[in-house]
Design a protein around this ligand. Sequence first.
Ligand code: PLP
Length: 367
Amino acid sequence: MIYLDHNATTPVLPEVRDAMLEILSYPSNPSSIHAFGRNAKASMEKARQNVAWMFGIDLRRDGYSLVFTGSGTESNNLVMSSIGSSLRTIVSAVEHPSILRHKDYNDNIDILDVDKNGIARLDLLEEWLKDNRGGLVSIMMANNETGVIQPIKEIARLVHQYDGLLHSDCVQAAGKIDVDLIDLDVDFISISGHKFGGSAGVGALIYKEKYSLMPLIIGGGQERGVRAGTENLAAIVGIGVASRYYHRKITPDGIALRDLFESRITEVCKDVVIFGSEVVRLHNTSMISMPDVPANQQLIAFDMEGIAVSSGSACSSGKVKASHVLKAMGAEDKLADCAIRVSLGIGNTKAEVDRLAEVWIKIWKKQ
Ligand code: PLP
């Protein structure tokens, strides 16, 4: 199989697997007082600092805290439920459901439109901020479907100009692009271990320590009372190791490979549409529409050829719904319904991308 679905989840790095197996050989509850517990606590704190370093943060002196959670979804929920419950909030129309679906439960949430390239409309954001000084804004760093990267530094400046707070979902950006939290001046970011070589079951929220968070999960005093429950130490150690290795292993070849794929396709099929191609995107992501071939038909055909890709459509209760991201970008249904996402990662080769292009063209010609 050729795995080209790294935005869904990445393979666990060998260094991460080794570190996790080592931790799993001992009883490890970081709250225990005995030597096993103290060792566990030391491993957890080392992981915390390593993850923070990935975003340029020294937890001892930069004024940020990091709380480990169970997933990117939980980190997003923590901000939306804790900070968002008391503030008027606006979120971009292309956010992950773990942000967007809060609108179903909270009338205080507005949706910020994006332009045809998927970039948040800063003119509309400024209007909103004028009416809602001090509100919460949530705009992701990079989109999971298209890879489109938002101008977060500019957004942070604008939000702070109106005394607002900015949360950015960095689940897809982490490990793929440099995220310097101090330079960007974002107040809260969410990340997820399994998107950059760690395991599933761990995420984190990094935030300016002057803000206090109300816990979603109440119980013991773990994570300084912000997230109760005995920590998933193996996964936490794993994300710590992943944060040291992943970005070093992602090579600039990734850019060349994605572009190679896109140029092969566009040479042969002039009607192909690549979403977000006019703006800066993650170098590993291509959301591409094959004229007149529904995405689910493509996915089956790719799978039969041994290639794992995914569609831009969310599947719920057996029905395939058009991607909310492409809809928000104003894509016509017939284009959105035929879009698949290719997301490259560590270990993908030129030969694999050649094969992907060859199979793409074969499926398109066969229709
Ligand atoms: N945010 C974005 C942008 C994502 O792509 C995902 C997962 O696909 C999440 C949040 C949720 O992360 P997790 O799978 O860790 O819950």
